[in-house]
Design a protein around this ligand. Structure first.
Ligand code: PEP
Ligand code: MG
Length: 736
């Protein structure tokens, strides 16, 4: 194989050698072409003219069947097989028996290697295995371009073949052009034939031992994700890792002469081929588990780490993974991270929260992407639309480069507004603060020129930890946040877990309606120790400085009072112990449950401020699950109903002279923010990336004029004022 000469000559030499060793009259190699046809590339025994002139479709003839099923086929009466297709140009008529094996690499069929005999011959299992081993070597050489210069032969088509356009779910906005980094790198086995089978058997035993220990540790350890689903997956892992059939097949493959790595690859190829034929989605899903397990086994064998986080990353890394936890994403050098593309993933997953915090685009639910991409492939990820392009054409690259330049230009314009106060044309100052929750958010506070942090989601520290953060850890974290924020105020929201934010280490029964269930302040009041610890950490971190805190999901005044009492107990404790207390403490309530809006006369005298959590509030207001795509956008926030409701709250707060802000996602969208200012909001808390666009809008707004415009329309029967508001913005040249 190492001999020089043209690609065809070398392949020809290979088939001749195989034919003579297998004592077969015919040996042929077919390679899968970009148009999904199998082309005869070399043959010993068939007519030489047929080379490059014989084509079979996937599924056509015996060769097509082997390629389509990705399984070997051994027949003593080939012509009797229902798929047999006669190709007169090859002169194969006299050959009765047939043995074909697929050329597989990382589960992908690259072609078929077949031998034929004139007599009716029953091929032995060892012969089939030997041919499969040769096919593995060939596949490796074909893929590496060593044997056939595929790239030169089919350059244009090959690029097209893997060039892909996928549509996933947009999870974190932004656009990235970069290069694929496979989070769990696929190992390409290059050494296939073992020198010492005994040694290889020893290596596989050892690696399996390590794998089992790893799976056991995952199951018993701290880093077990949420109970239930996650646990089930790991249990499946354990089952596979101890599956005797799997282990026996690995040993057999080594005994047939393969290295331990090649044996893992070979067994995995067979498993893939078997599972791919399954129609049962559950079983097909298990293929991912087995792939992951095989990959882990290879990583133990080769002794390299399981994820690419520690590797030499390209400076424009687009991480491709089936799924990952938030901590895994944080393991990557954030200077080089450009985007994250997952096969799974959802907007509320913790890794998504981290991706948004890091400001990188993220796309989820891109089916099959980990199998389709190779490390180093050029990729474009569009977090605005959910589009992913692999090996994009130059036109697509050009258009996206243009889009990225446009975004950068807008960002630069927003940066210029950084130090400008957000004041409307009629002189109303609006305070723009940001939503945050992790240390990585803190630099945005200053970069965006925000006035403070209006919502600090303290649960994120809890969500990304594998065990309940200790008092000292919580305190250290809050201290760091306050240090980083400097003189800008931070409003800490106490733990808001439950609902879609389940802590793996906090026992939580499955609920029919988690959004309406045991969450946030309900948990805090039932488990007061949890809240008291957090309050203690906050009070200690803020010693000698100002502290602002608020409670989530308050549905009735008594809940606020009970939480406030816990705070007072903690303050009394500080006093008792002679510890320093914060200079000033402001305590607020979130308004996320509509019932609270009808208790404002009782509540407002007790609070220092109100912050409206519109994400939750509006799903309760319309009784429409914000995470359910069928109803998520059924109702519009810019409806007279919502706007009247918000106006009522603002007016009540005005009467009691209590500051009110809004910290849900809606405040970050310029059209919605514009409307909120018209309704009387003077503080908005928004994602850092929204500060520029919202400020640009405010600078061009005449709030009084818009307030009149909105008031005139609040009693209309319309389900939404969106288009009328957009028209107002357009007519008044307000940038949205
Ligand atoms: C909200 O509900 O609007 C809110 C800010 O809280 P979260 O999104 O964290 O539930
Ligand atoms: Mg909420």
């Amino acid at each position: 194989m190492a001999q020089s000469g043209s690609a065809d000559d070398r392949l020809q030499a290979v088939v001749r050698l195989i034919a003579s060793n297998m004592v077969a009259e015919v040996c042929s190699i077919y390679l899968l072409q970009p148009d999904n046809r199998l082309e005869l590339f070399a043959t010993e025994g068939l007519r030489a003219e047929a080379v490059h002139n014989t084509f079979l479709a996937l599924g056509e003839g015996l060769v097509g069947t082997v390629a389509q099923t990705a399984r070997p086929l051994a027949l003593s009466h080939a012509q009797q097989h229902p798929a047999f297709a006669h190709r007169p140009e090859t002169g194969e008529d006299p050959y009765l028996s047939y043995l074909g094996v697929p050329l597989l690499r990382s589960g992908r069929v690259l072609g078929v290697l077949a031998v034929q005999n004139a007599t009716t011959r029953a091929y032995k299992l060892e012969e089939m295995e030997a041919l499969e081993t040769v096919a593995m070597v060939l596949a490796e050489m074909v893929a590496s371009g060593e044997l056939v210069n595929l790239a030169a032969l089919h350059e244009a088509e090959l690029v097209d073949d893997r060039a892909m356009h996928h549509h996933g779910v947009a999870i974190s906005e932004g656009i990235a052009l970069g290069h694929a980094v496979l989070h769990q790198p696929r190992f390409h086995v290059t050494k296939i034939i073992a020198e010492d089978t005994g040694e290889e058997l020893g290596r596989i035993e050892e690696a399996i031992g390590q794998l089992r220990a790893q799976v056991d540790a995952m199951l018993s350890g701290d880093n077990l994700g949420r109970a239930g689903e996650h646990r089930e997956i790991l249990e499946t892992y354990r089952m596979f890792a101890n599956d005797r059939g799997w282990l026996a097949r690995l040993r057999e493959a080594i005994e047939s002469g393969l290295t331990a790595e090649a044996a893992v690859e070979r067994v995995q190829n067979e498993t893939r081929a078997r599972l791919m034929r399954q129609t049962d989605p559950y079983l097909r899903e298990r293929l991912h588990d087995l792939d992951d397990l095989a990959n882990r086994l290879l990583s133990h064998l080769v002794g390299v780490p399981l994820t690419a986080a520690g590797d030499d990353l390209p400076t424009d890394a687009i991480i491709i993974a089936r799924n990952m936890g938030p901590a895994e994403l944080l393991d990557y050098d954030s200077d080089k991270l450009r985007a994250l593309v997952l096969e799974e993933g959802s907007a509320t997953a913790h890794v998504s929260i981290v991706a948004r915090a890091l400001g990188i685009p993220m796309i989820g639910r891109v089916e099959g992407i980990t199998d389709l991409l190779e490390a180093g492939d050029a990729v474009i990820a569009d977090g605005d639309t959910g589009e992913v392009y692999a090996l994009p054409s130059s036109e697509i690259v050009d258009s996206y480069s243009e889009k990225a330049r446009f975004r950068a230009k807008r960002q630069a314009q927003f940066r210029e507004l950084r130090d400008k106060p957000a004041v409307t044309k009629d002189g109303i100052a609006v305070s723009l603060t940001i939503n945050a929750g992790l240390m990585v958010d803190l630099p945005h506070l200053h970069e965006a020129g925000a006035d403070g942090i209006g919502l600090f989601r303290t649960e994120l520290q809890f969500l990304i930890a594998s065990a309940m953060p200790k008092l000292s850890e919580q305190q250290a974290f809050y201290t760091e946040v306050l240090d980083e924020a400097g003189d800008k105020p931070v409003t800490f929201r106490t733990l808001d877990v439950g609902g879609d934010k389940v802590l793996p280490y906090l026992a939580h029964a499955k609920e029919e309606n988690p959004a309406l269930g045991w969450r946030a302040i309900r948990i805090a009041l039932d488990r007061p120790g949890l809240l008291r610890y957090q309050l203690r950490a906050l009070l200690q971190a803020a010693a000698g400085r100002n502290l602002r805190l608020m409670f989530p999901m308050v549905a009735q005044v008594s809940e606020f009072q009970a939480a406030r009492e816990l705070l007072d107990k903690e303050l009394a404790r500080l006093q008792r112990l002679g510890h320093p207390r914060p200079l000033d403490i402001k305590v607020g309530s979130m308004l996320e449950v509509p019932s609270l809006a009808w208790q404002l006369d009782a509540l407002l005298p007790l609070v220092d401020f109100i912050s409206i959590g519109s994400n939750d509030l509006l799903q309760f207001f319309f009784a429409s699950d914000r995470g359910n795509p069928r109803v998520g956008d059924r109702y519009d926030l810019l409806s007279p109903a919502v706007l009247s409701f918000l106006q009522h709250v603002v007016a009540q707060c005005g009467v009691h002279d209590v500051p009110v802000s809004l910290c849900g996602e809606m405040a970050g969208r310029p059209l919605e923010a514009m409307t909120l200012v018209a309704l009387g909001f003077r503080t908005l808390s928004i994602p850092p990336a929204a500060v520029g666009p919202v400020k640009a809008m405010i600078l061009e707004l005449d709030a009084g004029k818009l307030a009149d415009f909105v008031n005139e329309r609040l009693s209309l029967p319309d389900s939404s004022l969106r288009s009328q508001l957009a028209e107002f913005a357009f007519d008044n040249k307000i940038p949205l």
